[in-house]
Write a protein of this length. Structure first.
Length: 381
């Protein structure tokens, strides 16, 4: 048994139907058939599940892939619209309107109103924009609307994008203060090895510590339509659990996939940790960092005891960042220790690393700040 895992058959502390707020992510391979058409009958069964939950008082937001796959078919683009960034952007712009329209129509058939939210990485990585997105999402859910969310691939670039909707769903879960995230996928969970190549691979039903399974993730999407593979799903789990949301990976292939998962529980459940305060959870879940500050063993002990990162405990600075940018704190073994907001830009930080406070004023030409990264603007990982 792998450390941090519960053996098959253990009771799962998660029922998606019991979450006041739930995020459901739907992958491209489930929504779109190989010919590039929406699998309407399948989608109608999922919408029926969502409608039943909504009428019982549950608030549900959907993170829906499929725009690029749909648009590529309509535009006749090679490689599913992923031959180039420009093709992907054009396919997304074309396919998104069809995707949203289908969701809206099927939800309307059950008396539900759909709303569309297209988000970029910066919308959830910039603190002010994150709060704005969270407020909109909260209001829509309280109004009984079903938000249909996707990455805004028509404007996203290779450098500034989520790249997969698994991590987007987890980040949305934090913004919505959801109790659960369900990733409906073309795979039914995380296995001890790649089940397509290893006949002895077994499904892992529960993970209590994400770090215990990071080495098991496979980067490849089974369908070829999506992006990210199991690596993205495990990263999504890391983001969700620190925000206090359970995350489950389950097969979306059956009709009424959400109801079926609720009944059978078959899949992989990543168990949430105690929810950090909202700002700390946002910091922990961040996907982009402008720079890295390397720290020594003494600094790690001080951080874990609740201290700030002082210049004396830093050994090196990498990257280009300004004061207030997100940076990662890394130990001597290369493992990430914390994420936080820098109190200095990279040039000044490099001047004072390893220096005592009495030396810093001379080097900087001004009175030094109390820390490189203050504990109030830091979250341990």
């Amino acid at each position: 048994m792998v450390a941090g895992l519960t053996p098959d058959g253990a009771a799962a502390p998660f029922d998606p139907a019991a979450c006041p707020r739930l995020i459901v992510k739907v992958g491209s391979a489930l929504l779109v058939d190989p010919a590039g058409q929406i699998r309407r009958e399948w989608l109608a069964s999922l919408v029926s599940d969502i409608a039943a939950r909504a009428k019982a008082g549950q608030q549900i937001a959907v993170v829906s892939s499929g725009a690029i796959a749909l648009g590529a078919r309509r535009l006749g683009l090679a490689k599913g619209g992923r031959a180039s960034l420009e093709d992907a952007q054009a396919a997304a712009a074309t396919g998104q309107i069809a995707l949203a329209g289908t969701w809206a129509t099927l939800l309307h058939d059950h008396g539900l109103t759909a709303a569309q939210m297209l988000l970029t990485l910066d919308d959830l990585e910039d603190r002010r924009r994150y709060l704005n997105a969270a407020a909109t999402l909260d209001r829509l859910l309280k109004l009984g609307v079903v938000p249909i969310i996707n990455e805004n691939d028509s404007v996203a670039t290779e450098e500034i994008r989520f790249g997969d909707n698994d991590r987007l769903a987890a980040r949305v879960g934090g913004a919505a203060m959801a109790q659960g995230v369900v990733l409906l996928s073309d795979v039914d969970g995380l296995y001890t090895a790649n089940p397509s190549t290893d006949p002895h691979a077994t499904l892992i039903p529960r993970v209590d510590h994400v770090a215990a399974v990071e080495h098991m993730a496979d980067r490849h999407s089974a369908s070829g339509m999506g992006s990210g593979g199991m690596v993205a799903k495990v990263e999504a789990a890391r983001i969700a659990v620190v925000a206090g949301a359970h995350l489950a990976i389950a097969s979306g292939h059956p009709m009424h996939a959400l109801a079926r998962f609720s009944e059978t529980g078959r899949g992989t459940l990543f168990v949430a940790s105690n929810a950090a305060p909202a700002r700390k959870a946002w910091l922990r879940g961040g996907l982009t960092a402008r720079g890295t500050i390397h720290v020594d063993i003494g600094a790690i002990e001080a951080l874990r005891a609740g201290g700030s990162l002082l210049a004396a405990g830093a050994t090196r600075v990498d990257g280009r960042f300004a004061r207030g940018d997100l940076v990662v704190l890394v130990g001597p073994d290369g493992r990430q220790i914390a994420r936080g907001l820098a109190e200095y830009g990279d040039a000044d930080a490099a001047l004072v690393v390893g220096k005592r406070s009495e030396e810093q004023a001379t080097l900087l030409g001004y009175a030094p700040r109390s820390a490189l990264v203050h504990r109030n603007h830091m979250a341990l990982l």
